[in-house]
Ligand binder design. Structure first.
Ligand code: GDP
Length: 549
């Protein structure tokens, strides 16, 4: 089991990263803040481990998502995790590579896939899309990619598991291009088909081949050596020839990395490799440093212009995790620093209320391994403990006011009626549900037909309902009963659309409005029902919510 270095040992290449007070502009330029988006089993944990090994892990917040690299996080959540064998602990891993500081934010997947997964993407400047070479694009990859596109997050693609039989490289590129309308521009290209990987060509240096061979003694990490074109042609004739032909074809079609198109979300640089054997991982890491954008100015709400990185401190709360520690029952808010220098102990203002918030308890990590963070720069993530007052989407600032645009809500796919088990605890029940709604744990929907006594909870992932059950019982002492509804998808609509849907006898569905923002949602059992509604009432708008499928 791998342990990452703790915060007190964060010396990197002889200099300290993130500890010494530096200039916000200069430190921001050294930061790369990114997330890996993938479908479960594509190899995210494996890749995260490999990236952190290549680089020098500075700190890790919580656990590397996954089975092997898991660190102890003592919390009520942990019991749930153990019971289900999954991780609900989102992690922020900080490491250094070539004098740069990389912040890798975890996107929880599997059954714990929830709005949190999407919200992480509001806090990154770039995403690495991890694709299984045998499976191509998969459901969760699609959903996460939609969010990246919506938020304008540029995407680097890593095609993983090339050491195992899989699909044709050109065919995988076609899939990305036709499904995502995203031009793939390979930066590395495999020598040998999936399952017969001989090596990689870096297209910027096409006269050489990086050859990988199995390490002796059963070590997982493959050996890397560089071959000139002559030797590559002599020793890997067929495969080398084929790679050359394919590369020529790609050049002809203009599939060449273009920084502007990449940053505009129109193209994606593509890398091939095998995270398990550490093949292609260094090249990917270099790409994050060389291609991913450093933290830049962030747009403010309501046409308020931008907040440049050199402005006084500002940060965005992108995740609030409650009840991490049973003995404290505290709440930790994860803040992405957007501008200025964060120093522990500084008093900041919560934009939503104008009230001060003291940051005495700022941590770079959580769970048992919490350690105080002293200074953080744009792109870094700080965990604020005792953050009961903070909400997802909140802006914190110092000196000069900033308000970032509200966090979007995402298309729910799971719906349940919630009722108190004990009618005598209705007051606690209402308070608890309102609090969970405000925190963004679930979206709460109501309708006249169902009445206020039986609100409907809407969630992106079913795990969110477990969190509701657990917190309602333990925190609000109002145990609940959930009854799931046979809907699987939602669209935003207007009052007229809602009335038509509720009155229609032909279309199965139901309209309710969202308590938080009053938006009307039409709930449907399937996409087929949406189509029939649209056929029946062509004038009524149904708007796709983010990440709806
Ligand atoms: P996650 O669910 O995306 O975090 O996926 P994991 O990292 O847990 O990987 C899922 C499975 O794929 C594990 O059995 C890994 O050992 C395996 N795996 C990951 N990367 C590679 C790879 O490059 N090659 C091969 N052959 N297996 C891999």
């Amino acid at each position: 089991e791998r342990r990452y270095r703790s915060a007190d040992e964060r010396t990197v290449d002889g200099r300290t990263a993130g500890v010494v007070s530096g200039d916000a502009t200069e430190e921001a330029a050294r930061r790369r803040t990114f997330a890996v988006i993938s479908h479960p089993d594509a190899g995210k944990s494996t890749l995260t481990e490999a990236l952190a090994l290549h680089a020098q892990a500075i700190t890790s917040a919580g656990a590397v998502h996954g089975k092997a690299g898991r660190r102890g996080v003592s919390s009520d959540w942990m019991e749930m995790e153990q019971a289900r064998g999954i991780s609900v602990t989102s992690a922020v891993l900080q490491f250094a590579h070539r004098e740069q500081v990389l912040n890798l934010l975890d996107t929880p997947g599997h059954a714990d896939f929830s709005e949190d997964t999407y919200r992480v993407l509001a806090a990154v400047d770039c995403a690495v899309m991890l694709v299984d070479a045998a499976k191509g694009l998969e459901e969760q990859t699609r959903k996460l990619f939609d969010v990246c596109r919506h938020r304008g997050v540029p995407v680097i693609t890593f095609i993983n598991k090339w050491d195992r039989p899989g699909r044709d490289a050109l065919e995988l590129l076609d899939e990305i291009e036709s499904e995502f309308r995203l031009k793939p521009t390979p930066v590395t290209w495999p020598v040998g088909i999936a399952g017969h990987m001989r090596g990689l060509v870096d297209v910027r240096d096409p006269e050489r081949m990086l050859r990988y061979t199995r390490a002796p003694g059963g070590a997982k990490e493959a050996l890397e050596e560089t071959l000139g074109a002559g030797q590559a042609a002599a020793e890997h004739a067929g495969d080398w020839q084929q790679a050359g032909d394919e590369l020529a074809l790609l050049r002809e079609t203009g599939a060449v990395h273009d920084p502007e198109a990449f940053l505009a979300g129109k193209s994606t640089p593509v890398f091939f490799g095998a995270a398990l054997s550490n093949i292609g991982v260094r090249l990917l890491l270099d790409a994050v440093v060389d291609m991913a954008p450093a933290p830049g100015p962030r747009p403010l709400a309501d046409g308020g212009g931008e907040r440049p990185v050199e402005a006084p401190f500002s940060g965005l709360v992108f995740k609030v995790q409650a009840n991490m520690d049973r003995s404290h029952r505290d709440r930790i808010a994860f803040v992405r620093v957007c501008s200025g220098v964060f120093e522990r102990g500084m008093t900041v203002t919560r934009a939503a209320t104008g009230k001060p918030f003291a940051t005495k308890y700022a941590h770079s990590v959580f769970g048992q391994d919490r350690s105080s963070v002293e200074t953080a720069y744009p792109g870094d993530v700080v965990g604020l403990v005792n953050a009961g007052a903070l909400r997802v989407g909140d802006t914190l600032y110092a000196e000069r006011k900033a308000v970032f645009p509200p966090m979007p809500t995402f298309a729910p796919e799971h719906f349940s009626v919630v009722r108190p088990v004990d009618i005598g605890r209705t007051k606690q029940f209402r308070r608890g549900i309102a609090q969970l709604d405000e925190e963004g744990v679930v979206q709460v929907l109501v309708s006249d037909r169902r009445g206020e006594q039986a609100p409907v909870l809407a969630a992106v992932g079913p795990m969110q309902f477990d969190v509701v059950r657990h917190r309602m019982e333990n925190e609000f002492t109002a145990p609940v009963r959930l009854e799931s509804l046979p809907y699987q998808t939602a669209r935003a609509t207007d009052l007229q659309g809602a009335e038509l849907l509720n009155r229609s006898r032909l279309v199965h569905g139901e309209a309710m409005h969202r308590v938080r923002d009053g938006v009307w949602l039409g709930l449907f059992p399937s996409r087929w029902h949406i189509s029939s509604f649209e056929r029946e009432f062509p004038d009524s708008p149904l708007e796709t919510l983010i990440a709806a499928h």
